[in-house]
Design a protein around this ligand. Structure first.
Ligand code: GLY
Length: 349
């Protein structure tokens, strides 16, 4: 089993990664939380695959387990479903000593985390990510939130999980669209911090090659994420770098309508925009990374051209990373050379 400890000022937690971890999840939850009761929050897709199995594995440890099912999809990451989870918590009489288990992708992790941070002013939660994207990004670092008509993730909290359990075997049930969308965050990490990983994906972009190396890739990416979060948990500066590609990525998701594009699909377009924009402004010095990154993303079945019919103007203005009328935009000068520069929104437009 691979393990990473995320060391924060007031909190510390482990990320455990293993193929077929699922059978040990009950024992691990007991060991790490000593809870007597838990609510599994999951979505309609994951429910039929894993939720009942997980419930019986957790039940075996004398933990009374309830399940709350949310309809799958980014369009359901909203306040109505937050209320639905609160209702289930009340019905199940989940109290301060109990836990929430987020079983699903980023949508479930963000919502369950948000609820955990607010129920009884904060109860513990465990992340069990089931998509590639949530394994390498959203399950680590404590960003929680929901979408509103005002913008993506504008309502949310920083609230760290107590434990992250990653079973790489679960990723086998993802369809190709979900799987490759998750690769966008890995390409992002590679461009920002890991040249060797970038070159590895350049050569190994088929699903079977990625799967052969999955535990190592999960480990490397969680390690990158953890080390940035350790330096800057609340995104005062360094963590902003992880928003590379996200200004445009989020705008695409918002303007196309939540759920039209998977987060990773929109991010792929945002990454290419960020490199092209950097080249245009003379910030990105190594021009060859544009074609290399496009090739990688296209090889991963990801489209990199922003659909012309999308009007990104309003959604860029709503982006949460803006301060005054400027945005902290993340560029890269070269691979492993990220740069945060404040730019005028009108300039981006
Ligand atoms: N997904 C970027 C972050 O967690 O900061």
């Amino acid at each position: 089993m691979k393990s990473i400890t995320v060391n924060l000022e007031y909190h510390k937690y482990d990320i455990l990664i293993e193929n077929n971890l699922v059978d040990n999840i009950g024992v691990l939850i007991k060991k790490y939380t000593n809870t007597k009761k838990c609510l599994i929050v999951t979505d309609s897709n994951v429910y039929s695959l894993y939720a009942q199995k997980l419930k019986s594995i957790i039940d075996k440890e004398d933990i009374t387990t309830f399940i709350c099912i949310i309809q799958a999809g980014e369009e359901n990451k909203n306040i109505d479903n937050i209320l639905k989870i609160y209702e289930e918590l009340a019905k199940s009489e989940i109290g301060r000593a109990d836990i929430i288990v987020a079983l699903g992708g980023g949508v479930i992790g963000d919502m369950a985390g948000f609820v955990a941070s607010t129920w009884m002013r904060g109860i513990r939660f465990v992340q069990i990510p089931t998509t590639l994207l949530s394994c390498v990004d959203s399950s680590v670092g404590g960003k929680t939130g929901i979408n509103t008509s005002f913008g993506k993730n504008l309502v949310g909290t920083f609230y760290q999980p107590s434990l992250v359990l990653i079973d790489s075997n679960m990723l086998k049930s993802l369809n190709d669209r979900e799987f490759f969308a998750g690769m966008s965050e890995i390409v992002k990490h590679a461009l920002l911090f890991d040249k060797e990983m970038f070159e590895f994906i350049e050569e190994n972009y088929t699903r079977s090659n990625i799967e052969k190396n999955i535990d190592n890739l999960l480990y490397l990416n969680c390690k990158i994420k953890a080390s940035i979060v350790e330096i800057d948990e609340k995104e005062k500066y360094e963590r902003m770098m992880l928003n590379f590609g996200h200004t445009i990525g989020h705008s695409i998701e918002t303007s196309a309508g939540y759920g039209s594009y998977l987060h990773g699909e929109a991010l792929a377009m945002g990454i290419i925009f960020a490199i092209e924009y950097g080249i245009k402004l003379g910030i990105t010095k190594n021009i060859s990374i544009l074609e290399r990154t496009k090739k990688i993303l296209n090889n991963l079945n990801l489209t990199t051209d922003i659909p012309k019919e999308l009007n990104l103007k309003e959604s860029i203005k709503q982006d949460k990373k803006k301060s005054n009328k400027n945005i902290n935009f993340i560029f890269i000068e070269d691979i492993c050379m990220p740069k945060i520069i404040e730019v005028d929104i009108d300039n981006i437009l």
